[in-house]
Design a binder for this molecule. Sequence first.
Ligand SMILES: [Mn+2]
Length: 248
Amino acid sequence: MTAEYKIPEGHRIYAIGDVHGYADILARMHDLIEADYQERPVNRAQIVYLGDYVDRGPDSKGVLDQLVERELHAPDFEHIFLLGNHENGMMEFMAEPEGIRQDWLEWGGIEALQSYGVEPDMGKPFTGQLRTLAAQLGEAMPLTHHEFLKNLKLFYEVGDYFFVHAGIRPGVSLHKQTKQDLTFIREPFLSHDKPHEKRVIHGHTAMKEVEVKHNRINLDSGLYRGGPLSCAVIEGAQEVRLLQVKPD
Ligand SMILES: [Mn+2]
């Protein structure tokens, strides 16, 4: 027997998985969402972005430009932006470049720096450049991007659905989760096959395809390693629909 999960009638959610710097693919996803919405208008449409907008891909700056722009110029939609571990890493690196998050550079942070026109000296060890790079990034980044990063939310809930970047710790109440778990967890969340308080919609762990399970849906279909960008369309008590953009 499968539980029936639902959100209020007349309300539709478009939930988008990990983007990782692919601004052109994200733009095509926005076109798909716009077309879907025109075809099937609804009272209330929200786009929930599951985090990991930056790093690895070629145009982190372009992704944040696009997201900031949507808030101003896409009035048919409400936009909810969640925090991914990569945005968290970027912010921690800027705040404390010689602290724990200097490893952000190895998570694809170098590509993110370059998208802002900041060029590390690849011929030298990074340890001596950390402060300079962080300061240059902070300077190069528009105020709107700083604000965007600061305002990212840890989770979002509608009806029987819980949206989050990485997942939740099974057995712990949804409102007592730690930031670490919400943005980084893999196990024991991924193997947990019993129902949670709500159905969890997440990204973070790249798979070949979207995983649709009764208790969770993983929308990270590995865009940065050649997979599609995926979006789940959730409304009423209907089966979840998928929209996907495949890289050329
Ligand atoms: Mn992640």
